[in-house]
Structure formats: C-alpha cells, structure tokens
Write a protein that binds this ligand. Structure first.
Ligand code: NI
Length: 167
C-alpha cells in the first residue's frame, strides 16, 4: 500500500471523465488499497480516482467508520435538500455552502465486481454526490450560485466564533 499524491485545483487531470472499470483483478485491489490509505492519511471523507490523477470511474468513502469502495457508479435516486459547508481534498483549505440532495442512492460494483447499492442520508448522501461528480470531472465549487462565497477554513472558523459571541 502507498499514499499517492493528491492532485489539486488547476490540474487538468481533475477534469477528465472516468473510464469504466472493466477488470476486477488484483491490480484494482491494490489501487483501491492505495486510495483508502491516501484518503485516511489526508484525512478525508472520500477520494475519487481523478484526485490521484487517474481517469477512472472509481471512488472510496469513509463515513461513520464505514468504508465504501465503488466502481462504475450510477445514482439511482436523489431527494430532499440539505446545505452544508463542503470541502474537497483537491481544493485544500477552502469551504463553500453547498446544497445537495439529503438522500441519495448509488449503485455500482465493489473490488470483486459484485453489485453494491448504497443508500445514504446527510453526510453519506453528500459524499456520494461529491465523489460521483469527481468521476465526471466536476468539483463542488462548479455547482455554486454566482454570489456564493468561498471561504478559507480560517475565515469560516472566525465567522462561527463571531456568531457565537453575538448570541
Ligand atoms: Ni473532492
């Protein structure tokens, strides 16, 4: 296993649409092990292949201590709406308020090619949608309204400190 360098905003590899995974072999298993190790070391909630420079339909997530590995995902269902200060390992140090579906169901394949279906609410639903977008070359900052501010993590902390004092 190895930690791979994470590609950041401005690198064209983040914009490449993922090619389908066709071989569910030991090489794919090693790649997934590296992606999990890279995500956990960052640390992050999810990591897509594009974030280590690969144009593949493959992502990993860890939400509430549960690990998910998904190849060739399709989103089967989205419903509801929920906002949160979202971030991305490829846009380090920043956050923006992003609306997402509160419930999302994704279907794909695990490292052995077996069908997996994940139904998530809240943070898991957000991670599903965020990682799915990466596989199509999209970043969370692409889907923001024109007037939506993008804050540094320091600015965000300062703002919440002010709000707490005002109460
Ligand atoms: Ni991301």
């Amino acid at each position: 296993m190895a930690i791979r360098p994470i590609v950041t905003l401005g690198d064209a590899r983040l914009r490449l649409p993922g090619q389908p995974i066709v071989r569910f072999d030991r090489e794919l298993g090693r790649l997934l092990d590296d992606m999990v190790e890279t995500m956990d070391a960052a640390p992050g909630v999810g990591l897509a292949a594009q974030q280590i420079g690969l144009d593949l339909q493959l992502f990993v997530m860890r939400v509430d201590d549960e690990l998910y590995e998904v190849a060739n995902p399709e989103i089967l269902h989205r419903s509801g709406e929920e906002g949160a200060w979202e971030g991305c390992l490829s846009v380090p140090g920043y956050r923006a308020w992003r609306l997402r579906a509160e419930h999302a169901v994704v279907s794909g394949q695990d490292r052995h090619g077996r069908r997996v279906t994940i139904s998530g609410h809240g943070e898991l639903a957000r991670a599903i949608q965020h990682e799915f977008d990466h596989l199509h070359g999209e970043l969370y900052i692409d889907g923001l309204p024109a007037d939506q501010e993008i804050l540094t993590e320091e600015e965000l902390e300062a703002r919440f400190a002010e709000e707490t004092q005002a109460d």
